[in-house]
Ligand binder design. Sequence first.
Ligand SMILES: C[S@@+](CC[C@H](N)C(=O)[O-])C[C@H]1O[C@@H](n2cnc3c(N)ncnc32)[C@H](O)[C@@H]1O
Length: 317
Amino acid sequence: MPDLEIVHHAAPQALSTQLMAAPASIPPKYLYDELGSRLFEAICLLPEYYPTRTEAAIFQQHQDEIIEAVGLGRTLVDLGAGNCAKAARLIPALQTAHYVPIDISVDFLKQAILPLQQLYPHLPITPLGMDFSQGIELPKSLREERCIFFYPGSSIGNFQPDEAAQFLQRLTAASDQPSDLLIGVDLEKPAHVLEAAYNDALGVTAAFNLNVLRHVNRLLGSDFDTHDWRHIALFNQAEHRVEMHLEARRALTVHWPAHSRRFRQSERIHTESSYKYTKKSLNDLLEHARYKLCNTWTDANDWFAIVHARPAHSITR
Ligand SMILES: C[S@@+](CC[C@H](N)C(=O)[O-])C[C@H]1O[C@@H](n2cnc3c(N)ncnc32)[C@H](O)[C@@H]1O
């Protein structure tokens, strides 16, 4: 098993400040401890959660064109790799030279790469445990390799559009070679479809959202009780995003070292935004991040897009 290099961990100092603020928030990266990653895997199997199966169907339908567009024999850098299942399907088709899964959920990533190593015993794998929200650092040897930055699952939607552009821009600086971008992006669609996807009937998304409080308790030494909180998910049309919140079921006070925070009944903690794009706002995002859109593949309903782009400066005129 290759060593899992831990480049840097999420620093929880800012978390205290965000919890003390009004309104309170918890960054969505904290949804992913080991249990959170497993619950997200379960969410991907839910009938209401259309993104995973829609994205997979686009890949299946357009695989040959996608492979021809991005080219063979590259290093595949899988941003927020999760269970690595999406990359596992692409690795042989892309004749991947080197696989670099990156994830903040380090214990889950350690387990996710084991079956991959069995499946592709000759493939060099360099797993990196990293919080990439403030930037991405690749080990020096990797900077020389021609990479495809693979960012599926519409995780780009967890950044505000300005931050998303910054994140994409930083990727170009992470490598010394011009690197392609292959991202999955969720598109705007009727509110009832979006809200059902984040409010599933079995309550798996509710468990995923509530679990963030247990993770925060471990990180801060706080005393959140999940029984006191209710999962809320809604489409905020004006902001083009689905929001997840945790709402206090009663007035209560939460304590952690040197802090206490009072919450009124029905007061909310904002735990995740998932921005939804149109083809136009997606193109604007890429331009803002100084990428040139090369190809877009979508499903018949235009619910989801797979986008191939290149840093604008690398395109020969
Ligand atoms: C929505 S899931 C997507 C998982 C998988 N790529 C997929 O498409 O099914 C987001 C993934 O990104 C990881 N992640 C979230 N925030 C992160 C951060 N700041 N740095 C590194 N990984 C992060 C999570 O642990 C999780 O595995």
